[in-house]
Design a protein around this ligand. Structure first.
Ligand code: M6R
Length: 374
């Protein structure tokens, strides 16, 4: 299949640290600029229209469900995409860890769009299922950062994430660019399927303000160094949430363990009482993602449940939680924007905890930026 050219007006982001102490911090602070680049030429916010060539390619492709396939941080973006698809496009959507995809018999469905999410586009664990799906007639879509990479070339359709070169092994700006891109794809299907236009419009309105939203989260940088240092002293930490906050909690936990080397475990709040609550005590705190949404009161009950067992709680929320031990409040941020802002707070929390521990932040032990072996 031949694809039309797409001009990418993204600013050249040089792989230099500039005034930042680490690439990771620099890349965290680049996120508002990248949010703009993701939408440039693809979204007409004035006329509420989507314009990318990728969407034109998809116009006549009949699918009725979506499966995201990816690893690590990119898997979390795909997982977040499943919530966007269900919410905006009313479509069944699932996410699968790429390295597990072929570990059981699998039937490729021609009405499924298989979406591969990858920063490098060279992850061997993802390339193998991609080749398998193609060989069995499946339709594939790539959400990839590196132009010309294997996954971008092998997939039938795709959107680049335009995050620029990411040097830090811990993925930050690539993740929020992936989140924005999966949301765009879900918005395309919202229109294609004639779903609720009010949701489509309000999501676009939020996305138009994304750089400002991200700047609000970045403004919390200095204030959260102290609480991050406290978290750098615990051996185990839970990262918890409900609904669309689950992939955000999982990503925050991954960031935390990757650069602090502290055990961070993400799980759904509602699942705690089915066994894990036994681990909660004053030495095992929880970071809870608490947007002001329909799950708010359930989340508050969970905070009380943890506090009643002596567990300490750090709430990342849109308004202060009375019985939390620490509050990181991102003011006035709701809806789809909250996930982006909370992600940045999670990245900064991990960064400052790792810094207080003197870790090698840009090159954590045992890890490679691009995992090209199975
Ligand atoms: O290049 P990819 O996005 O395909 O890489 C997948 C994972 O290896 C990657 O996201 C990894 O989890 C991150 N470096 C974590 O920060």
């Amino acid at each position: 299949m031949s694809r039309p050219f797409e001009r990418v007006e993204t600013e050249h982001l040089k792989a230099e640290k500039g005034d930042y102490e680490h690439f990771m911090l620099k890349e965290i602070f680049e996120q508002p600029k990248i949010a703009k680049a993701v939408f440039q030429g693809r979204v007409d916010f004035t006329n509420l229209a989507l314009n990318s060539a990728a969407f034109q390619d998809l116009r006549d492709v009949e699918i009725d469900r979506v499966k995201f396939i990816a690893c690590g941080t990119s898997y979390h973006a795909g997982w977040a995409g499943t919530y966007a698809f269900r919410e905006l496009a009313g479509m069944p959507a699932t996410a699968e860890i790429a390295s597990e995809f072929l570990n059981a018999p699998v039937r490729i469905d021609t009405k499924t769009l298989y979406v591969f999410v990858s920063q490098s586009g060279e992850t061997a664990d993802a390339i193998e299922p991609l080749k398998f799906i193609k060989a069995h007639g499946g339709k594939t879509f790539g959400i990839v950062n590196v132009v010309g990479s294997s996954i971008s070339r092998l997939t039938d359709f795709g959107l680049f994430t335009r995050a620029g070169t990411e040097v830090g092994v811990a993925s930050t700006k690539a993740f929020t660019a992936q989140l924005a891109t999966v949301t765009l794809l879900a918005l395309f299907y919202s229109i294609k399927r004639g779903e609720d236009f009010r949701k489509y419009r309000s999501t676009l309105e939020e996305l138009s303000k994304l750089p400002d939203t991200m700047n609000k989260a970045l403004a919390m940088n200095d204030g959260l160094a102290q609480v991050a240092e406290v978290f750098g002293k615990y051996p185990h930490i839970f990262f918890l949430g409900r609904g669309h906050m689950l992939p955000i909690a999982a990503e925050a936990a991954l960031k935390f363990k990757e650069i602090t080397y502290i055990h961070a475990h993400a799980m759904p709040l509602g699942e705690l009482k089915h066994g894990t609550l036994a681990l909660i005590d004053e030495n095992c705190p929880s970071v809870i993602f608490l947007p002001d949404d329909s799950l708010y009161s359930q989340n508050l009950s969970s905070v009380a449940e943890i506090r009643a067992r002596g567990g300490k709680v750090l709430a990342i929320s849109s308004k202060a939680i009375g019985n939390a031990d620490w509050n990181l409040v991102i003011p006035e941020i709701k809806g789809v924007s909250f996930g982006f802002a909370a992600t940045i707070v999670g990245q900064l929390l991990a960064y400052h905890a790792a810094k207080s521990l003197g870790r090698e932040i840009d090159r954590p032990r045992n890890l490679a930026k691009s995992v090209t072996v199975k």
